[in-house]
Ligand binder design. Structure first.
Ligand SMILES: Cc1cc2nc3c(=O)[nH]c(=O)nc-3n(C[C@H](O)[C@H](O)[C@H](O)COP(=O)(O)OP(=O)(O)OC[C@H]3O[C@@H](n4cnc5c(N)ncnc54)[C@H](O)[C@@H]3O)c2cc1C
Ligand code: FES
Ligand code: FES
Length: 1304
């Protein structure tokens, strides 16, 4: 046990303790630098994941419980372990996913429900979702509503599922009427004669008498108590649920004084006077509550604070009191607590007094996610003085005062309006702290309103926010403004009070003239300079005016009906002031089940789902570090294009725990890598060509030490001119060598000149990139064997063979001595196809040269900065068409932004060119494509691989044609559709074209004609909110467009107990590949799916595998496995034909005794494909899948706020091997695509973002880069697979082999 250092005059400390999953541990001294997450993972509880380290993804969610001495209740809360300092949970009980349920002893209903409803794909986000839901259930007195469930998940991101199955899985808990669970809460359950309510579970219990201080009893000390969740999901949970440790019920908190790495001191005083004493002794000490600001500063911004004073246990800072004039809110009060308190106040006080309270509640609703709100404090938000604080504008607007106390105990109060002095600067001396907030009641006819517009509605920081107040009094038959305040956040370095507007408003009548004049004055009040940090200047300016306009309408609406008030709001304007309300998501899936044999065609659950929901599923970074293992940290370029003048690593070499540092000169083998051409240096030698390029790697005993050593390397650069946009690349002819491509059909020029083309339009389309945002960051773990002559690795990659090849190459070893294994990966989406391999190459250098294991897991910001994204594109088009809208000619130039190496950019360009016709018949086509070299990290594969960009361009000109010929875009689409037998611009003929059929089915399914007329009607009657509908078709070619990659291998081994082990070249990344492949093996042998197992992908079992990509893996590996199964079956046939066995096990044993080989290597090549770029003609695809989607969207034209009201997607997959998994992929892809086009925006330092350093990525984490969250799922979300399909797609040989059983 570590010793606790006690400041002499402060209350004596006892052991620092923590309960984890019911087990007590003493926290040693010296760990003040650790987060709870680091502590848990170091302790082997790797179910809790590190997805971002900045509170933005929820992968690290755990539940903490503590006994609140005031309410005498246990409080259960979900928090982000990645931001919680370890010592902040001292004296609490932490439950991780491992403590909820597991495979050996039974799954909790929450886990069971998520697994069985297909809510876990890659599984990396899954433990976080489980913990958020679990904490909600443990903390709910009554069953949560569906709305509460959706709200509680807003801080959890999933990139795979599209959220619908997660919501469906958890929705069942909203229906619970389990009396034991629900009525057992202290407030609901009326204790009968002396019956005791257990504060830990909130249910009747025999663990102690019903008195204030609870003595632990044997009953509770057993640690587990059965809880029934009957009616929850049809089954009852009979397993054991960990209760709150009774010892903690009676434990008195003590003050703490502990230390950490780098001289950090952590104090936790219990009394205000001790806080003040500590503050006077350490004037630079940081008070800490939730650490949600400080955690970002210390971890991401690398600011060092030597002394922390945790004030969570100081009563004076946690008060919540109601008085005659208003409320007093302690600075340490957490936002979720404040939210609850204000809701109670609203119920108890007259409505007019609580206008500020309502505004604050509404604002907190959109403030971060539940996990953050559970720990983030009022004072922390105020004292950070962030210019985009959501609450500070409201405190200012609502006349709040701040109570400040100095180290001598003297108290002063300051108007909130005067407290904020500058950028993150407040009116607090070094010896002062914020004690509380005094919030006055509002008066009759005094109105306060909150505003916030962010990229994403949920859990996002504001682009602009605001707080506005007006007090109107009747005077001479007029309603005159007697007081007002208009404050904005996000427009200046501090929350900005619009003083001129306020001065103008006072004394004016509340009418349209006031509105018009105020909008003019506001323009002078709020000035945002063109290069203001955050960009989007025009939009932000317009938001300030829109907010005021909405405020005017809202107040006028409140005043409606008052005598002499004449500004009633027209009905058509009312939607501008309605607050957003989201109904629960309604999802439906429509497919038929066509079973083939025992398993194929069946909607089986993902084979790892039950391991994933319990946190038992292992990912690369979960691999335990062996003795002598080292952590690696990268030394990265800070310049987009520069010459390296000098590298000084002396500081690193004397750093603690240092084990080695390696640069270009140290590489034993080839210094270059690359998937197609080797144009990438493993470590930059003389010139760097992007920010984030790897210059070297440092290894040390711990991750902190490795990072510290890497940070100490000093590099001198000489700047060189950088190409930072596609436009610059085009202007300066900066292209990757030999990457120009051309496809053509007919005669474009002749057609444009002919009089057939009634109209010709030209245009440009700029398409942005997209971050993969797989939840599991890139990770690799490399070690040597046999004296260092063999190298093995576990990597998070879609392409183990590439890892094997790169590492062998870089180390100068034969590939036969290098093995790469992959169990599963936490999402890939193309981002781990090639960009993971150079990371393995980097980590292999120290592992090989030092002969020690090395782990390299990228932090989220590093991962996003340097591993490339979806390519941004620039397209210039010229389209000729008839007056009816029939397209006759397309002349297209396409440029993609490859970044600083070629990687897969040429193949991505190829596919964008193939798909540039989308589904349209164009007689004359000419497409020229070029791959741009820019000074950005190399862009790479991303779902669709250039196809979506090509299609998006065509949909852009379709839309324009519709406007030109005054028809709907859907009509234009229909008259230009491809049909059976169409010959495409690259020579391939369409066969089995189901486009027309699925288009018609979609039209019927979404009721397009009716919905369009309803939308027209809505738009007619609503001035400020508008709705839109669209139907878009797609056709997507299946195969790798590089012919040799269309090969696949598999190894099938049948064991004498009748079980089958399958290994194949594909990687399980959540897409259910292993499940589908296992289904094929099961059907092939006519055995249950449970008899088939796929353990891992490994280069020593199946060699030379292509990456798992191109939507081709279940086809290819399914066919390879089938081939192996058929070989074994053929060998078994002589025995089987004797018909002497009654089961597969008997048959296998009979074969075994006859010395029949029960293992086979299967192989498959995709037939009938090939393309010749010299002629520009060929057959690049084995077949096409067709799809169409409908969406209805509503947008607030004043703020840009939008939501998707309905989406309906239909796809032709042929016969599906597993329709449930396919539906999951479609939903996930739809939401990911929606994120790309409507939400996600990469901001790089370039001419358009001058406030970002050149070449740097600003949006390098979930804080700034917003992928869709649970709140973005369409209200109605329907996915269908085309039924009664006559055509075979997917694993075609399978369907020719098995007996078909129609089941639906
Ligand atoms: C994922 C995420 C989402 C977020 N979303 C939002 C959002 O939507 N809107 C928004 O406004 N903010 C948001 N934030 C910012 C942050 O959560 C809030 O500012 C929060 O209220 C800070 O409280 P805390 O207790 O965690 O502060 P801490 O990090 O503990 O402290 C912050 C600062 O305040 C000082 N401090 C704390 N208490 C006192 C006191 N009593 N006297 C003097 N100084 C004090 C600390 O010393 C420190 O400098 C988000 C943060 C994260 C990580
Ligand atoms: S890892 Fe903690 S929120 Fe992402
Ligand atoms: S299953 Fe949610 S991120 Fe993969």
């Amino acid at each position: 046990m570590g010793s606790l250092k006690t400041e002499e005059d402060i209350e004596e400390s006892k052991d620092a303790i923590l309960y984890v999953n019911g087990i007590r541990t003493v926290l040693p001294d010296g760990l003040a630098h650790l987060t709870l997450l680091e502590y848990l993972r170091d302790a082997g509880l790797t179910g809790t994941k590190l997805g971002c380290g900045e509170g933005g993804c929820g992968a690290c969610t755990v539940m903490v419980s503590y006994f609140d001495q005031n309410s005498k209740k246990c409080v259960h809360q979900a928090i982000n372990a990645c931001l919680a300092p370890l010592y902040s949970v001292e004296g609490m009980h932490v439950i991780t996913v491992e403590g909820v349920g597991n495979r050996k002893f039974g799954l909790h209903p929450v886990q069971e429900s998520l697994a069985s409803r297909h809510g876990s794909q890659c599984g990396f986000c899954t433990p976080g979702f489980i913990m958020s839901m679990y904490a909600l259930l443990r903390s709910s007195k009554t069953p949560p509503t569906e709305e509460q469930i959706e709200e509680s998940l807003a801080g959890n991101l999933c990139r795979c599922t599209g959220y619908r199955p997660i919501l469906d899985a958890f929705r069942v808990f909203a229906k619970s009427n389990d009396l034991l669970y629900t009525s057992g809460s202290v407030s609901v359950h009326e204790p009968k004669n002396g019956e005791f309510i257990c504060p830990s579970t909130g249910k009747p219990c025999s663990c102690g008498p019903n008195k204030e201080t609870v003595e632990p009893s044997d009953a509770c000390q057993n640690g587990y108590k059965p809880v029934s969740y009957n009616d929850v999901d049809g089954s009852s949970y009979t397993n054991k649920e960990i209760i709150f440790p009774p010892q903690l019920l009676t434990r008195k908190s003590s003050s703490l004084s502990l230390t950490g790495f780098g001289g950090i001191k952590w104090h936790r005083p219990l009394l205000l006077k001790h806080v003040l004493e500590l503050k006077s002794r350490h004037p630079d000490a940081k008070l800490v509550v939730g650490n949600t600001e400080l955690g970002i500063e210390t971890r991401l911004k690398k600011i060092h604070y030597p002394v922390f004073i945790s004030v969570t246990h100081v009563p004076e800072l946690n008060i919540l009191t109601v008085g005659n004039d208003g409320m007093e809110i302690g600075a340490g009060v957490r936002l979720s607590e404040l939210q609850k308190f204000l809701k109670k106040v609203i119920e108890e006080r007259p409505a007019y007094e609580t206008s500020s309270c309502k505004a604050i509640i509404e604002q907190i609703k959109w403030f971060a996610g539940t996990q953050i709100r559970n720990v983030a404090s009022v004072g922390g938000n105020i004292c950070t003085a962030s210019p985009i604080s959501d609450l500070n504008p409201l405190w200012m607007a609502s006349r709040a005062k701040f109570k400040v106390v100095d180290s001598k105990g003297s108290i002063r109060t300051i108007l909130a309006e005067n407290f904020f002095l500058g950028y993150r600067k407040v009116d607090l001396g070094n010896n002062e702290i914020l004690l509380s907030v005094l919030l006055p009641w509002t008066r009759e006819f005094e109105y306060v309103k909150e505003f916030k517009q962010a990229h994403r509605r949920d859990d996002d920081i504001a682009l602009v926010n605001g707080g506005m107040r007006v007090f109107i009094e009747k005077s001479n038959k007029k309603w005159i403004v007697s007081d007002a305040c208009v404050v904005y956040g996000g427009v200046a370095p501090v929350s900005l009070s619009a003083v001129k507007t306020k001065d103008y408003l006072i004394g004016k009548a509340w009418d349209k003239e006031l509105l018009q004049n105020s909008l003019e004055i506001l323009k002078q009040d709020v000035v945002i300079s063109e290069d203001a940090p955050g960009g989007m200047v025009e939009f932000r300016k317009s938001l300030t005016l829109s907010f005021f306009f909405k405020f005017f309408l809202w107040v006028s609406h409140q005043m409606n009906g008052q005598e002499f008030f004449n500004e009633s709001v027209p009905a058509s304007h009312l939607s501008a002031v309605e607050s957003f309300h989201r109904p629960s998501v309604m999802g439906s899936q429509d497919y038929e089940i066509t079973k083939q044999g025992t398993a194929v065609g069946s909607p089986e659950v993902h084979m790892s789902a039950r391991l994933q929901v319990t946190g038992e599923a292992e990912y690369t970074d979960d691999t335990p570090m062996p003795p002598g293992g080292l952590h690696a940290a990268l030394i990265l370029s800070k310049k987009p294009h520069a010459r390296l003048l000098s590298i000084d690593d002396s500081g690193a070499r004397s750093s603690p725990g240092f084990a080695g540092i390696f640069f270009n000169k140290d590489i034993p083998g080839s210094k270059f890598t690359g998937p197609i051409i080797e144009d990438e240096e493993v470590f930059a030698s003389e010139i760097v060509t992007c920010v984030g390029q790897v210059i070297g790697v440092a290894v040390a005993d711990t991750l902190e030490n490795a990072k510290l050593a890497a940070r100490k390397v000093v590099i001198e650069y000489e700047d060189l001119p950088a190409i930072l946009s596609i436009e610059d690349a085009v202007e300066f002819k900066s292209f990757h060598p030999n990457t120009h491509r051309c496809l053509s059909k007919g005669d474009v020029d002749l057609c444009f000149q002919s009089d057939q083309c009634h109209k010709i339009i030209e245009g440009e389309v700029h398409i942005g990139g997209q971050e993969h945002f797989y939840l599991e960051p890139q990770s690799t773990f490399v070690w040597t064997m046999d004296g260092g002559h063999e190298v093995h690795m576990i990597s998070s990659t879609q392409a183990p063979q590439k890892h094997q090849k790169y590492v062998a190459h870089v180390l100068g070893l034969p590939m036969s001595k290098v093995v790469c294994k992959v169990k599963r990966i936490g999402g890939g989406f193309g981002g781990k196809e090639t960009r993971s391999a150079f990371i393995a190459a980097v980590a292999s250098v120290p592992a090989y040269l030092l002969n020690r294991p090395v782990k390299l897991t990228l932090d989220r910001d590093i991962d996003m900065q340097l591993t490339g994204q979806r390519h941004s594109f620039l397209a210039k088009y010229k389209v000729g068409f008839t007056n009816e809208g029939k397209v006759l000619a397309l002349d297209l130039e396409i440029y993609n932004n490859a970044g600083n190496s070629l990687d897969l950019s040429l193949a991505i360009l190829d596919r964008s060119m193939y798909h540039s016709d989308n589904v349209y018949e164009i007689p004359n086509v000419r497409i020229n494509g070029s791959v741009c070299f820019t000074n950005y990290p190399s862009n790479t594969a991303f779902r669709g691989f250039g196809g979506p960009q090509g299609m998006l361009v065509s949909e852009n000109w379709i839309q324009r044609i519709a406007v030109e010929v005054k028809k709907s875009p859907e009509e234009i689409r229909e008259i230009n559709f491809n049909s059976e037998g169409s010959i495409l611009h690259y020579g391939q003929q369409l066969q089995d074209c189901t486009l027309h059929r699925l288009w018609d089915e979609l039209k019927k399914s979404c009721n397009f004609v009716k919905v369009r007329s309803e939308v027209d009607d809505f738009n007619l009657h609503n001035r400020w909110k508008k709705r839109g509908v669209a139907m878009i078709p797609t056709k997507f070619g299946i195969s790798f467009t590089t012919k040799f990659m269309n090969q696949a291998g598999a190894l099938v081994q049948v064991y004498t107990d009748g079980t089958v082990l399958v290994t194949h070249g594909g990687v399980e990344m959540g897409q259910g590949l292993h499940t589908k492949v296992a289904q094929i093996a099961a059907s092939a042998f006519e055995i249950p799916l449970s008899s088939v197992f796929i353990s891992e992908t490994s280069t020593d079992k199946v060699p030379n595998a292509s990456p798992t990509a191109a939507s081709a893996s279940s086809d290819m590996y399914g066919a390879a496995v089938l081939d192996a199964c058929k070989q074994i079956k053929a060998r078994m046939e002589p025995i089987a034909s004797l018909k002497k066995h009654t089961s597969f096990v008997e048959l296998v044993n009979a074969c075994y005794f006859e010395r029949i080989d029960l293992s086979a290597h299967g192989f498959h090549v995709v037939p009938d494909i090939g393309f010749d770029w010299k002629t520009g003609k060929g057959h690049p695809f084995r077949y096409f899948t067709y799809g169409a989607a409908f969406a209805e969207v509503e947008i607030d034209t004043l703020t840009g706020d939008f939501h998707t009201r309905a989406a309906d997607v239909i796809l032709d997959l042929g016969f599906s091997i597993n329709p449930a998994i396919d539906v999951g992929q479609i939903e996930g892809a739809f939401i990911q695509g929606m994120g790309w086009v409507a939400l996600e925006e990469l901001k790089w330092g370039d001419a358009a973002h001058k406030w970002i350093p050149p070449g740097c990525l600003f949006t390098s984490g979930p804080g700034n880069y917003k992928i869709p969250s649970v709140n973005d799922v369409p209200f109605k979300f329907k996915v269908s697979l085309l039924k009664l399909n006559l055509f075979l797609r997917s694993v075609q040989p399978i369907y020719n082999d098995f007996d078909r059983k129609e089941e639906t």
